[in-house]
Design a protein around this ligand. Structure first.
Ligand SMILES: [Zn+2]
Length: 95
């Protein structure tokens, strides 16, 4: 994140003297600006993917499985029934 902002900052910073010095510096600054935008875009892409992963994890955590012995509804994180202690059958779990 800091790298993206720094690349953008130096890109714009170099653009001003680049007007006076020549094309070489303008090319460098434009390159830095492009790199900065790519890094920012990559960050948002990663965040979007990560956010959907968290949401999926939460949904799975909320899914309940019903004990076939006592009928108690247990959170998916439980390996054994909360009420009677019987092992929970995940193959019949409703998603
Ligand atoms: Zn049970």
């Amino acid at each position: 994140m800091m790298l993206a902002i720094m690349a953008l900052f130096f890109g714009f910073f170099l653009l001003i003297p680049g007007y006076f010095v020549g094309l070489g510096l303008i090319a460098v600054s434009v390159g830095l600006i492009i790199v900065g935008f790519i890094l920012l875009a990559a960050r948002y892409y990663v965040l979007a993917r990560y956010a959907s992963g968290i949401e999926k994890f939460r949904r799975e955590a909320v899914v309940k499985v019903t004990c076939r012995y006592c009928g108690n509804s247990n959170p998916r994180s439980f390996e054994k029934c909360e009420r009677c202690g019987a092992p929970l059958d995940w193959s019949s779990a409703k998603t």
